[in-house]
Design a protein around this ligand. Structure first.
Ligand code: ZN
Length: 272
């Protein structure tokens, strides 16, 4: 065991984060390669046609949060009632963030387990957050965190994450014939290709394009250097060092719980 860090959240809960070093089994790259289109209404649409609805946890708690916030701001500064009201608000925020985290961890783990490679668009989340009409939904969606999880879980359990440049016209390109639309409004959820006549679900078509381009870009059938794909496998990344993995547990406890506990037992057993 390397270190233990105890932290307290604004809601007054304590967490112990235990850092230990352990060997993890060689990752197995099995399953298929899928493309993912990340969105607001559907959190994720895969090239296999699976739609995962966006849970919108913040929106669900919004009215309750507003009421709590109002109560808090009416309390007298420095009073005991104010501290209690602050805790109530902080707990609700923590609840939302826990719900979101649970959703993202379960989904990313399932995708990593089922597939050997996942292709997604690289996101400029910060740039999109600047659009204040969408900022709340985007923040609520948690795309950046989701991609981060896919990347590190992929390295642990055997799944590559490939990201396509976000300027790649994944939505506007017909997957069947390659025709690229001049214009496609965000509100248009499906469209018919003027070239070949195939009717596309907007997000499924995008996911299929992403998948195709990633596959082409990595098997070398395309002109090298022209692929819009970047491979997330970075040999410099500490969690990818062969054999030894720094696994953070406790506050970051996720669905690798069982593995983590086993590792912890080993470490504690070795120390005893
Ligand atoms: Zn077409």
């Amino acid at each position: 065991m390397k270190s233990v860090t105890v932290s307290m959240t604004p809601a007054g809960r304590y967490y112990a984060s235990i850092l230990c070093e352990c060997d993890i089994p060689e990752p197995q790259y099995e399953g298929q390669t899928i493309g993912c289109d990340l969105g607001l209404k559907d959190f994720l649409v895969t090239s296999e046609g699976e739609h995962v609805a966006a849970p919108q946890y913040l929106r669900q708690s919004e009215r309750r949060l507003r009421r709590m916030q109002r109560h808090f701001s009416r309390c007298k500064r420095g009073s005991r009632g104010r501290e209690a009201a602050r805790l109530v608000v902080a707990r609700e925020h923590e609840h939302v963030s826990n719900q979101r985290s649970d959703f993202l961890h379960k989904l990313s783990r399932r995708l990593v387990d089922e597939n050997q490679a996942i292709c997604a668009e690289s996101l400029n989340v910060k740039g999109m957050m600047a659009n204040h009409c969408l900022a709340k939904s985007i923040g609520d969606a948690g795309w950046g965190e989701f991609l981060r999880q896919l990347e590190y879980k992929g390295a642990w359990y055997g799944c590559h994450l490939w990201q396509v440049d976000r300027f790649f016209p994944s939505s506007k390109r017909c997957h069947d014939c390659g025709h690229i639309l001049q214009d496609l409004r965000l509100s248009q959820r499906s469209w018919a290709c003027p070239e070949c006549g195939v009717v596309h679900d907007r997000d499924e078509n995008a996911a299929r394009n992403i998948s195709t381009f990633c596959t082409v870009g990595t098997t070398g059938t395309d002109t090298p250097g022209e692929s819009p794909v970047t491979d997330s496998r970075n040999p410099e990344a500490p969690h990818l060092q062969a054999g030894v993995v720094h696994r953070q547990m406790g506050y970051d406890l996720d669905d690798s719980f069982a593995l983590g506990i086993t590792a912890l037992r080993e470490v504690l057993g070795a120390a005893a």
